[in-house]
Design a protein around this ligand. Structure first.
Ligand SMILES: Nc1ncnc2c1ncn2[C@@H]1O[C@H](COP(=O)(O)OP(=O)(O)OP(=O)(O)O)[C@@H](O)[C@H]1O
Length: 331
């Protein structure tokens, strides 16, 4: 279903949402004025640690939940005012498995198509096409309970695609998959977005996944977008190289910070556990100076690297903490 309005495929504007506690539990402010726009035909990534507010945003955009304030649009249609119109245009692949393990893959697909109002022959043809596309054609007539985790996840994505949605929501599509199944899913998502010419909203807490798949992304932290752009733009915002030094002992971190903090070739020096991070215009010449100072102070170093900025550095520069640490805080 093409979007002929010229509006962005997806738009969220100043969304807020607080989950009321009840029974003595405190309220949780999940979204605190979240805004972004995604252009038609692109993969847009919402990247953030667990609890950042990604799923809440997806639920609001896909009409499953209502915002307390702010507005959300799919293909220019207000999701709160016209949820039925929005539902026809979207596919939603939730974190939990939706397929019935006691049916075959093909039966699951055909049923999903019929529930979406497709005629029987059309649903069967589309099921055949999607089983082939996701390399599930040989497994298509087996019960889903015999599928691997990666196969079941691909079937869930295919179910979301049955009615040819204009926008597909993929909520954490590779969580729980092993590295091989994850790489396979990435290749499928890339192929799918190219072939189906759909807009995909991908939520993920994997930096590598966002970097690889999203043409644009918004980094979400505590219910707000803290940075957005293409992965390259976000990384280019950070001038210079990342210098990373891992200490042998976390107890040395304060002394190490004080020591290398004196170097004026280093900026944004920060410690997180045993890891010290800083930025330098020329990392390769700043690193030996830093190591010399640490040695002078009697501080043992486990490893040291110089790298081009990563999305982790972008996250750190906007939130003051590393992605891994933010992830840990929420678990
Ligand atoms: N139904 C609910 N009731 C109460 N609190 C909720 C509910 N759903 C989410 N929350 C809270 O709202 C905040 C945002 O959660 P949300 O699921 O949107 O984050 P997320 O970024 O998608 O994380 P995850 O990757 O773990 O799903 C979290 O603090 C979470 O605990």
């Amino acid at each position: 279903m093409a979007n002929t309005t010229g509006a962005p495929a997806l738009a969220a504007s100043a969304l807020t949402k607080t989950y009321r506690g009840g029974r003595g539990k405190p309220s949780v402010a999940a979204l605190g004025g979240l805004s972004f726009e995604a252009a038609e035909g692109t993969v847009f990534g919402l990247l953030g640690p667990n609890g950042a507010g990604k799923s809440t945003t997806v639920k609001i955009l896909s009409t499953l939940s209502r915002a307390d304030s702010g507005r959300a649009f799919v293909a220019g249609i207000d999701v709160a005012a016209r949820p039925d119109q929005v539902r026809h245009r979207i596919g939603f692949v939730a974190q939990k498995q939706v397929s019935d393990p006691m049916d075959t893959g093909r039966e699951n697909l055909v049923l999903a198509g019929r529930l979406q109002g497709m005629a029987g022959a059309d649903a069967k043809a589309r099921a055949r096409e999607l089983l082939q596309r996701f390399s599930l054609d040989e497994a298509g007539d087996r019960l889903v309970k015999t599928y691997s985790g990666g196969m079941a996840r691909k079937l869930d994505v295919a179910i979301g695609l049955m009615h040819r949605p204009a926008v597909l929501f993929l909520d954490e599509p590779t969580t729980g998959l092993d590295p091989e199944a994850r790489a396979d899913m990435w290749a499928e998502i890339e192929r799918m977005s190219a072939e189906e010419r759909m807009t995909v909203l991908l939520t993920t807490h994997y930096l590598e996944e966002a970097d690889r798949l999203a043409s644009r992304l918004a980094i979400v932290d505590h219910g707000r977008v803290v940075a957005s752009g293409t992965p390259e733009e976000l990384k280019n915002e950070l001038r210079g190289d990342a210098v990373v030094v891992e200490l042998s002992h976390e107890a040395d971190a304060p002394a190490a910070l004080a020591s290398i903090g004196r170097l004026d070739v280093l900026r944004e020096v920060a410690a997180s556990g045993t890891v010290l991070r800083a930025r330098a215009d020329v990392g390769a010449s700043a690193l030996p100076l830093a190591l010399a100072l640490l040695e002078e102070a009697g501080i043992r170093v486990a490893s040291a690297t110089v790298a081009r900025p990563s999305l982790d550095d972008v996250y750190l520069s906007h939130t003051g903490r590393t992605f891994a640490r933010a992830q840990g805080e929420e678990l």
